[in-house]
Write a protein that binds this ligand. Structure first.
Ligand SMILES: [Zn+2]
Length: 98
């Protein structure tokens, strides 16, 4: 499927912050004291959390982890290729702020 290397795909999963993906997708969030909840694109609930160490979003209702690729695919109508191109365009073509 496509010509993306594993290396490139793991860069998308690991180097693009899950929180930035949530912002870019304009997913509703609720900022708590220690954690940030987002509206799960599958069940529409906020029983979720993001983990900056693993760079995953988790929905406790769906019992599902989302990496940046999973999240874009769940929240948009993009297929896998469209998702990769979306992430590439928005996150890899400009220097990240730090
Ligand atoms: Zn869910």
């Amino acid at each position: 499927m496509g010509s993306y290397t594993d290396d490139f795909l793991s860069k998308l999963r690991n180097r693009i912050s899950i929180d930035q993906v949530i912002d870019r997708l304009m997913i509703d969030i609720r900022q708590g004291k220690n954690l940030r909840r987002f509206r799960c694109p599958l069940c529409d609930r906020f029983h979720t959390a993001t983990n900056s160490t693993t760079n995953l979003g988790r929905c406790f209702e769906c019992q599902k982890n989302f990496n940046p690729i999973d999240l874009v695919m769940a929240a948009t109508a993009y297929d896998f290729i469209g998702t990769v191109e979306f992430l590439k365009k928005h996150f890899l073509s400009r220097p990240t702020e730090s």
